[in-house]
Every structure is written in structure tokens, then in C-alpha cells.
Design a binder for this molecule. Sequence first.
Ligand code: WAQ
Ligand code: MG
Length: 250
Amino acid sequence: MRATYQDQHLAGAERIVTAAAVSETTAALTLRAMSHVNGAADEVYCSVERIDPAIVCYEKLPDITTYQLDDWQEGRQVACSLLEKAGVHVEIATRAVQLLANGAGPGGAVMRGAVIMDATTGERLERDPARGVRVSRMDLAPECRSELECELASVGLDHHRVLEALVLAGKVLSAPGVVAELCWSDNPDYTTGYVADLHGGYQRITALKPVGDSLGGRVFFIDPTVVTIDELIDYLECQPVLFDGLGGCG
Ligand code: WAQ
Ligand code: MG
């Protein structure tokens, strides 16, 4: 599902479900877009397609840790040092933080998808700077969903936003050539974001922007010597991935 409000991206979500669950799932996602805090959607697009079970990849979710901070400037410094630890040059990490803070789309707008950034040069590699790359075709395996919901609830994180961001980050980390991801929400009252990488896992940072700021986005840092842009985009957009194992909730 993706939705727009006043010609800007409002919300998006991805599910992989059995055919029997399609109608209830699309109804729930449409309702969510129509009752969004940034405004009731003007347009909601739900598309449904058959997936061949034989081509689905199975992966494990990353571990979760949380850096509890009140000051968003400090949060952005933590994000830069986590990115540096993941192998992104600190100057490029800083540039990526500034990019999201200013709105990475044309004219400082929120992008519909993610920036792809060369982790060694900082060059932007996505083809369309308004759309970016939209990660799609990923979900929890059904037997894993209630287990994760229980685990997240036990640490006070029982919101669909956390679960969906974790699944998205898990798919991004499973892609060839991805070094790290930086993300924070475009939702004005949600200041938590994360840095994800294969060693550090899903590292939440509770303050990455001031309350009331409706800019946000995602940057995927890649090593272009490992993967071509076409291969990477094809994997992120098209390869179905189901998560059938949890990481830890620290
Ligand atoms: N693929 C690529 N980029 C996307 C996608 C997608 N499927 N969906 C959203 N984006 C981009 C887009 O630019 C959005 O503006 C931006 O990411 C933020 O999306 O652990 O809620 O849905 O507490 O607002 C992370 C922390 C929350 C959760 C992220 O993102 C936690 C969030 P939002
Ligand atoms: Mg949002």
C-alpha cells in the first residue's frame, strides 16, 4: 500500500499473506492510510500480486538495541558514529544525516523511497531522486509474527511501525553490497530512527529530529564494487523475503 496527501508521500506498507487473507489485509492498510496523523490520505494505492512460493528467500531478523536519548543533535552524532563503525566514512555519514534533515527529494521534499549512497564517495546512485528505491515484497513468516509481537510488547515496542521498520531493515541488510542503513520517520511526532548494519543489527536512536519536524527518509549505503545498481534495485524491489527467525531484543 502507498498513500499520498497533498501530492506528498504519506504512508506505505508491504505484506506477504495467504490468498485468503488478502481482502482483510488490504482493508486494514487502506484504513490506516485514511486515518494517518499527517492527514487523511487523498489517494491510496493497494496492489496485490501472486508470488511463487518457490522463489521466496528466508532470512533472520537483526538484533534490536536502543540508544535512549532526549537531544536530537546528540542522536545525530550517535547515528554518525554508528555509521562510521559500520564502515561509512564519517564525513559521508554526516552528509547523509544533513540530506535527510533537509528533505532528500527535489525542493527539500520527503522522498517516496530511499536514497542509495556510495559508502566510499557519498555519491547518490538512485535513478529518480523523487521516488528513490522502494523496498517491497517482504514480511514476517506467519509463525514468526505473534512471537515477534510478544517479544516487542515485552520491551514496550508493540507498535506496527517498529515491526515494519525492523522487517524493512532486515531485507535491506540481506541485500548484496549493503553496508548500512540510516532511517528516521517523516511522522512529525515520531522522533525515533535507526542505524542498521550486519554487525550492529537494528540500532534504534530515540531522538533523531525535533518533535514537529515532518521530514524524514532512508539512506542505503552500499559498496558498488560488490553489486551493480540494477542487481541491488532488483533485489530490494522484487525479491520476496520472509523472516522466519527473530534476533534478540536488548
Ligand atoms: N522503501 C524505501 N524507503 C521507504 C519505504 C520503503 N518501502 N517506506 C518508507 N520509505 C522512506 C520514505 O522516504 C519515508 O519518508 C521514510 O522512509 C520514512 O518512512 O524502531 O516510520 O514509514 O521505533 O515514516 C523507524 C523507527 C521508523 C522505528 C521509520 O518510517 C522504531 C518510519 P516512515
Ligand atoms: Mg511515515
